[in-house]
Ligand binder design. Structure first.
Ligand code: 28G
Length: 638
């Protein structure tokens, strides 16, 4: 008994140290993602204040020296003596879970839910943290150092008639593998918050290079939709629906575009749910039912006709669904994916959307008619695509299947899909090197010959007619589009291997667009990679090294003193052994795993980059040889 008590009290005393020992338990990881978790913690706290009516402006500033400041105009943090004898302010920053979400008060709205580990975690993982807070007419200040191990004690400064809090911190380089805050990651997260919290202003500043943006959207969901669809051609007005059922508030915006993809952005109590969940299921069911019932009421679908298929109904549709769910019903699933589990949300969304959308369709016949025509077209195209796929897949076409792949794919000998890797290689000469350099037991090579189709604006029926993509689909062997099943993939890793030049970047982009649009689960399950070939070989006599960046080359130059350098303009310049050693050998290579960290941004990037604007596209590719690091569209994750 006594021992149990002791252990418990030790745990409490060592609170912040526990965070430093196992940061992953509190912020997921210590890479760029974990780093930004620190920001989300503070942002959530500031948003919680604003959400409850305290303060309308929140500022986030990346300082010149790489530290970061969050400010709110809330009530300020209580500074008086806490039961423990310390000031409440100190407790908020040094005791785990204290003062984070203040759920214990009940009736509070909260932006977090998923994060909620609080200010103390930020302190624990910072080399220093300073808090200035205006509370009850008084300014207080406190500085912590070395993960909260040392502090300045509570300083009572001047009187004030304002209220609010300011937290300024420097992430600890001993903890994080990356400590550079990413402006675009922070900006887009704040933008999302601003869309969802009408009337609250977020000011995001980057003092490292004097960028800033002020975000405030009055008509939240409408503005959000306009932003998402900015680079697409709308096919319908924005349809806004809202209602309440069983304590659950539902807000939906929908808009058809002339694209072929379907996109849903979903939230539960302001928490993004990229994995969807019950609210999204309810939405899809309701849309399908409302449209089909409308078509029957108006005799567009006759008694003998089958219903329209859900995926046809949603072709080109962007939707945003937002649920406000009372805390006691709120339930998330999935470790990191953010999936709503609340069963009541399905019923609520379904009934609100069915009722309101049915009414809208009846009241806006012109719009409804053109939407139904679009759906019918989609159904015809899908049927044609299905037939073509069927044909390609069927036994009697095994011959043809072989034909599709013969002379192109150098397959792996092993049939172990859990180990096998597919390299998609640009050009025949690199393809040749890759074929002779590979470990043919588990590595397959598919050289690309023709141009890859830009799939951004192409329907499935056209995609499968494209020879290169058709080959790729067959190679992977897991279907395409709506019936793609990543568990059937012949390969555990699909690796894009192109030259490190702008043409190579363009091919990467085209392939990633294809995967994003037509095999998204492959990206979502981390199965798509970009190979990372070296840019230079530096040598002196028998000794040599490869450099994968200019920075690395400079370091090697110093090490070598006298040297010779050869620059690789393309994969084709490397012989089979070199290609294996530098780029393909699992023991030595670096692969960049493609992952979607920000759906909206990814959506927009894909749209912008794949649009007809060649100039814009070329500029972008010039600036970003690949998609990694600086921007968070496809985030590096070795
Ligand atoms: C600048 C960066 C992020 C914050 C507040 C306001 C209060 C608070 C924060 O209280 C302790 C526990 C429950 C009351 C609450 C002020 C109630 C009354 C607050 C922030 C004390 C935490 N007056 N603003 N914490 N509660 N802003 N911004 O963190 O009992 S944290």
């Amino acid at each position: 008994m006594a021992q149990a008590y002791n252990e418990k009290s030790i745990q409490i005393l060592e609170g912040l140290e526990a965070v430093r020992v196992r940061p992953g338990m509190y912020i997921g990881s210590t890479d760029v993602r974990g780093l930004h978790h620190l920001v989300w913690e503070l942002l959530d706290n500031a948003v919680d204040e604003a959400l409850n009516g305290y303060g309308k402006v929140i500022r986030i500033t990346i300082e010149k020296d790489g530290s970061l400041t969050v400010e709110d105009e809330g009530r300020g943090m209580p500074a008086g003596k806490h039961a423990s004898g310390k000031s409440t302010l100190e407790v908020i920053f040094t005791v785990l879970h204290a003062g984070g979400k203040f759920n214990e008060e009940g009736g509070y709205k909260t932006a977090g839910g998923l994060h909620g580990v609080g200010a103390s975690v930020v302190n624990a993982l910072s080399s220093y943290l300073e808090v200035t807070t205006c509370y009850n007419g008084q300014v207080y200040f406190m500085r912590f150092e070395n993960g909260g191990k040392k502090n300045s004690g509570l300083k009572t400064l001047n009187k004030t008639n304002k209220s609010g809090s300011k937290v300024h911190f420097m992430p600890d380089k001993k903890i994080f593998s990356v400590t550079d805050f990413n402006y675009s990651t922070i900006l887009e997260r704040c933008r999302e918050t601003a869309f969802l919290l009408q009337g609250i202003t977020l000011i995001v500043k980057d003092d490292r290079n004097n960028r800033s943006e002020t975000l405030c959207y009055e008509n939240g969901l409408d503005a959000y939709m306009q932003y998402i669809n900015e680079d697409r051609t709308p096919f319908s007005p924005i349809i806004s629906l809202s209602g309440k059922q069983n304590e659950i508030n539902v807000q939906v915006a929908m808009q058809y575009t002339d694209d072929y993809s379907e996109n849903v952005f979903s939230f539960a109590n302001l928490v993004s749910t990229p994995g969807g969940g019950t609210h999204v299921t309810g939405l899809k069911t309701a849309i399908a039912k409302a449209v089909n019932d409308y078509a029957r009421r108006n005799n567009i679908l006759k008694e003998k006709d089958k219903n329209f298929d859900g995926s046809d109904i949603r072709e080109g549709l962007t939707s945003i669904v937002l649920c406000e769910i009372p805390e006691h019903l709120l339930q998330f699933e999935g470790q990191t994916k953010g999936i709503l589990g609340t069963p009541e949300a399905k019923a609520a969304v379904e009934s609100v959307v069915y009722e309101k959308l049915s009414y809208y369709l009846d009241e806006n016949k012109d719009i409804s008619t053109s939407i139904v025509k679009k759906i019918q077209k989609a159904a015809v195209a899908r049927e044609a695509a299905r037939k073509a796929r069927e044909e390609a897949r069927k036994g009697k076409n095994a011959q043809k299947e072989k034909g599709v792949l013969s002379g192109k794919l150098a397959n792996a000998q092993s049939k172990d899909y859990r180990k096998n890797e597919l390299f998609i290689v640009e050009g025949d000469s690199a393809g040749g090197s890759a074929k002779s350099g590979r470990d043919s037991k588990f590595q397959a090579i598919l050289p690309l010959r023709g141009k890859v189709l830009n799939t951004e604006k192409e329907p499935l029926s056209r995609v499968i007619q494209n020879e290169e993509l058709n080959t790729l689909i067959h190679c992977i062997g897991a279907g395409v589009g709506a019936d793609f099943d990543y568990t059937k993939s012949n390969y555990n890793k699909v690796i894009i291997m192109t030259d490190a030049d702008s043409d190579g970047a363009h091919i990467q982009l085209l392939l990633l667009t294809f995967f994003y649009r037509y095999m998204r689960p492959l990206i979502e399950h981390g199965m798509v990679y970009i190979a990372n070939p070296p840019l230079y070989k530096i040598s002196r006599g028998e000794k040599y090294d490869y450099a994968y960046s200019d920075e690395e080359l400079n370091q090697l130059k110093e090490k070598y003193g006298r040297y010779e350098i050869s620059r690789y303009k393309g994969l084709g310049e490397m012989n089979a052994t070199q290609l294996w050693d530098t780029t393909m050998d699992p023991k030595t290579r670096t692969l960049i795993q493609v992952n979607i960290s920000d759906m909206v941004l990814a959506e927009k990037r894909v749209s912008v980059l794949m649009s007809e604007n060649v100039e814009q596209r070329r500029n972008w590719i010039k600036e970003n040889v690949s998609f990694t690091l600086e921007d968070n569209f496809f985030e590096e994750n070795k």
